[in-house]
Write a protein that binds this ligand. Structure first.
Ligand code: IPM
Ligand code: MG
Length: 360
């Protein structure tokens, strides 16, 4: 089986972590008789530098033509002063909208060997394993009207029924394969748009009576994630709230450098590490490739229907951490400090062993 993958390394450490992703994709894919054809494209600041446009039609077309998209990271100080629609971040929003990627899935799982890398106490954290379903193509991010002048600034928080229905279904379906518990996060005590969100989520819930549903206001949810993260399994939330909560979730697991993500629509899917472009360490072979490798793990489940491959990749990462290999972002006294490429090599060796055992 041959799959087409659009490869969008982007800016900063993006190209380095994308190399790691490709290496593991090819390694594990080969064992499952998959081969890949890559279409490498620019996105973000590097695309702006060349075309005066952070996301060209050519890049979007390559994504339309692909079975899956991998994105490294976009952005950097260099482009911060550009007008909103030229900024690297504008490319992210545009690609999400163009590909209809309405479900952003961000798992927050704590690797036992990284328990002491978190700012939370180990006993609060141990066993944390939840996933955020963040709506990704609606809300204030895209609502019209929007704008500002010398006197005022405004955005529109808006959801229509179908936008809430489709992501709610995805969250409930995933909950069925997990612990069957969904917490929907909104701000229904203040915002009409959130009242609507809550109403629709409960309507859809009627079709999933085997899944427990509760609601939390976003301020309380932020507090609860830090107070007792173990209580969560699937968190379903609006775009803006999901943006904020997923950063909190990322940080309690020890490092932003560890977390993968998948953005899924009805036709297309894009995988990217949650961390940004980290321009300060770009090109120094210091970046943590594990979030990108784990994103490839998600690609195997969601785009190629091979959850077994996902499990093997996760095990390979876990094993590597247990052997005390660390990139600088998660390094502590007594660990073995390694570069991006070295870390990737070791993960690959571990995966290789696991593949031999499991596919023997
Ligand atoms: C994220 C990022 C983006 C967002 C920015 C860079 C546009 O923070 O993916 O969480 O707000 O969605
Ligand atoms: Mg964010």
């Amino acid at each position: 089986m041959m799959y087409k993958v659009a490869l969008l390394p982007g800016d900063g450490i993006g190209p380095e972590v994308a190399d790691a992703a490709v290496a593991v994709l090819e390694q594990v894919g080969a064992k499952f008789d998959l081969s890949f054809e890559f279409s490498k494209q620019l996105i973000g600041g590097c695309s702006y530098d060349k075309y005066d446009n952070p996301l060209t039609d050519e890049t979007i077309q390559a994504c339309y033509d692909a079975d899956a998209v991998f994105l490294g990271a976009v952005g950097g100080h260099k482009w911060e002063a550009l007008p909103q629609n030229k900024k690297p971040e504008a490319a992210l929003l545009k690609i999400r909208k163009s590909l209809g990627l309405y479900t952003n899935i961000r798992p927050a799982k704590v690797y036992s060997s990284l328990l002491d890398a978190s700012s939370l106490k180990a006993d609060v954290l141990e066993g944390t394993d939840f996933v955020i379903f963040r709506e990704l193509t609606g809300d204030v991010y895209f609502g019209e009207p929007r704008g500002y002048n010398d006197e005022k600034g405004w955005n529109t928080m808006i959801y229509n029924r179908e936008e809430v229905v489709r992501i709610a279904k995805k969250a409930f379906e995933t909950a069925r394969r997990r612990k069957k518990v969904v917490v929907s996060v909104d701000k229904a005590n203040v915002l009409d748009c959130s009242q609507f969100w809550r109403k629709i989520v409960h309507e859809i819930h009627a079709d999933y009576p085997d899944v427990a549903l509760s609601d939390l206001y976003v301020d309380n949810a932020a507090m609860q994630i830090v107070r007792d993260p173990k209580q969560f399994d699937v968190i379903l939330t609006q775009n803006l709230f999901g943006d904020i909560l997923s950063d909190i979730a990322a940080m309690i697991t020890g490092s932003l450098g560890m977390l993968p993500s998948a953005s899924i629509g009805d036709k297309y899917a894009l995988y990217e590490p949650v961390h940004g472009s980290a321009p300060d360490i770009a090109g120094q072979n210091k970046a943590n490739p594990l979030a990108s490798i784990a994103s490839i793990g998600m690609m195997f489940s969601y785009s190629f229907n091979l959850p077994k491959a996902t499990a093997i990749i996760e095990k390979g990462i876990d094993e590597t951490l247990k052997q005390s290999y660390r990139t600088a972002d998660i390094f502590k006294e007594g660990d073995k400090l390694v570069s991006t490429t070295k870390m990737t090599e070791i993960v690959k060796e571990n995966i290789s062993k696991i593949l031999e055992e499991e596919l023997a």
